[in-house]
Design a protein around this ligand. Sequence first.
Ligand SMILES: [Zn+2]
Ligand SMILES: [Zn+2]
Ligand SMILES: [Zn+2]
Length: 167
Amino acid sequence: MRHAAKKAPPFKRTSHDHGHCVEDALDRAETLCDAQGARLTDLRRAVLELVWRGHEPIGAYALLDALRKTHPGAAPPTIYRALEFLEAHGLIHRIESLNAYIGCDHPERPHVSQFLICAKCSTAAEIDDPSVSRALSKSADGAGFAVTRQTVELSGLCPTCQREARA
Ligand SMILES: [Zn+2]
Ligand SMILES: [Zn+2]
Ligand SMILES: [Zn+2]
């Protein structure tokens, strides 16, 4: 049974209150970590906040540069360990084609995502359409293939960039 709750559109409006996204993400992370007995340390929280600085995926080295402003001693392993933790708890997703990370806005619900990546402004959005992941699993099964990870990343233009292109 699925709730008929209307899902928020995957791409946020340019004018949305992003502070609200960040606040929500940090609240959800705390609740989820508490529930799982995991520790959202200051450092992990700082990295999560940096990943959520916007809706464009960010790479590990850009994160490290940003993190050093508040944690001057941070080194690559610091960031990789934090990212590993956040990814393991579903708080962020890795975008393979960009080798970068974005925040997940519904980490409490297990899901297999497909990502929409804007080639112009680099914004990425997540959709998780179970019919897509099921169809892929079924085809892979048919080929006698045991799937360990599904990576579906679509490249194109986000609604904002399409509007700008038309204007
Ligand atoms: Zn936002
Ligand atoms: Zn997600
Ligand atoms: Zn765009």
